[in-house]
Ligand binder design. Structure first.
Ligand code: CP
Length: 302
C-alpha cells in the first residue's frame, strides 16, 4: 500500500490486516504509557482544508502514540490566504520535512492529486462527498469488537447518503467484509448513481428496524446544500430520526452508530445518542488505533 485514498485501494485481506493491526494498537493505547517508538524520527503533517474534530485530532494522537513528530497545517492562518495553491502548499510541507501527509479537502479527488505531486505517502482524511477510508475502517473495527465479525450483519445506512463520503467508504468496506447494506433515505437523499452500489434501498425506517443488526445514521449535511432537498428538517426528523419509540422496534442486541458530528434532535434523539446501545464514542476511540495502523503500514516498514 503506497497511499490510502479510497476503500477501493483495499481488498478484504488488506482490510483484515489493518483491523488486526489496529486491534494490537488498541492494546498499546490501554498501557500506562500508551506509546511505541515505531515512527520515531518521522514527521506526519495534517492538512485540513475542511473543519474536523475527530479525524484530525485522532490522526495527531495516533502519530504521537507512534512517536512521530506532527505538523498541523491550518489554511486560515497560512499562505493559502495569500492565494497559495494546494500543489504549492503540499510541496512546501514535503520540503519542510513531512514524511506522510493527511489531507481533508472539500474537492473530490484532492487527496489523490496531492498523492500525485508528492514522493511520500498520502492518506485521504475526507474529500468532498467521495471517500473517507479511515472512517470505514474504524467503523468496521467497532463492529468487529461488538459482533466478532461483519460477515452476515444486516446494516442500514440511514439519511443523507447523496452527500456522504462516509456512506461511500462504508458501503465498500462493510460489503467486502461480508455484511449486507441497506440504504434508507428520502428520495432526494439517495445518490444518482445507485446502480453502482451493492445495496438494497428502502424509504421506510419503521418497516426496516426489526430486521437490522446495525442502524448507521448520517448527519444531514447542511453545509453541502442538503437543506433545500427536504420539505423541512422537522419533517425529516419525524420520518427518519432515531428516537426511543423506534429503538423499541430494534432487536435487543442491535446497535446504533454515527460518524459524528451528530445533530441531536434531527437524525438521532439526544437520549439515544447517549444510550448504552450507541457505539458513537467507541467509534471515536477506535479512530486512534485504526489511524495508527494505517500510518504504520504506510511508513513503518521503510
Ligand atoms: N467523522 C468525522 O470525520 O468527524 P470530523 O469531521 O469531526 O473529523
Amino acid at each position: 500500500m503506497r497511499h490510502l485514498l479510497s476503500m477501493a485501494d483495499l481488498d478484504r485481506s488488506e482490510i483484515e490486516d489493518l483491523l488486526s493491526l489496529a486491534t494490537e494498537f488498541t492494546a498499546v493505547l490501554e498501557r500506562e504509557i500508551p506509546k511505541v517508538p515505531t515512527l520515531r524520527g518521522r514527521t506526519v503533517a495534517t492538512v485540513f482544508y475542511e473543519a474536523s474534530t475527530r479525524t484530525r485530532l485522532s490522526f495527531e494522537r495516533a502519530a504521537k502514540a507512534l512517536s512521530a513528530d506532527v505538523m498541523t497545517f491550518a489554511p486560515g492562518t497560512s499562505s493559502v490566504t495569500k492565494g497559495e495553491s494546494l500543489k504549492d502548499t503540499a510541496l512546501t510541507l514535503r520540503a519542510t520535512g513531512a514524511d506522510l501527509v493527511i489531507v481533508r479537502h472539500e474537492a473530490v479527488g484532492a487527496a489523490a492529486r496531492v498523492a500525485g505531486w508528492l514522493d511520500c505517502p498520502v492518506i485521504n482524511g475526507g474529500d468532498g462527498a467521495h471517500q473517507h477510508p479511515t472512517q470505514a475502517l474504524l467503523d468496521s473495527l467497532t463492529l468487529q469488537q461488538r459482533f466478532g465479525k461483519l460477515e452476515g450483519l444486516r446494516i442500514a445506512i440511514v439519511g443523507d447518503v447523496a452527500t456522504s463520503r462516509v456512506a461511500r467508504s462504508n458501503i465498500d468496506c462493510f460489503t467486502k467484509l461480508g455484511a449486507t447494506v441497506e440504504l434508507i433515505a428520502p428520495t432526494p437523499f439517495l445518490p444518482f448513481d445507485l446502480a453502482a452500489f451493492p445495496v438494497t434501498i428502502s424509504n421506510s425506517l419503521d418497516e426496516a428496524l426489526p430486521r437490522l443488526d446495525v442502524v448507521y445514521l448520517l448527519r444531514v449535511q447542511l453545509e453541502r446544500g442538503s437543506g433545500p432537498a427536504l420539505p423541512s428538517i422537522a419533517e425529516y426528523a419525524r420520518r427518519f430520526g432515531l428516537n426511543r419509540t423506534r429503538m423499541s422496534r430494534l432487536a435487543a442486541d442491535a446497535v446504533v452508530m454515527h460518524p459524528g458530528p451528530i445533530n441531536r434532535g434531527v437524525e438521532i434523539s439526544s437520549d439515544i445518542a447517549d444510550d448504552s446501545r450507541s457505539l458513537i464514542l467507541d467509534q471515536v476511540r477506535n479512530g486512534v488505533a485504526v489511524r495508527m495502523a494505517a500510518m504504520f503500514r504506510l511508513l513503518g516498514s521503510s
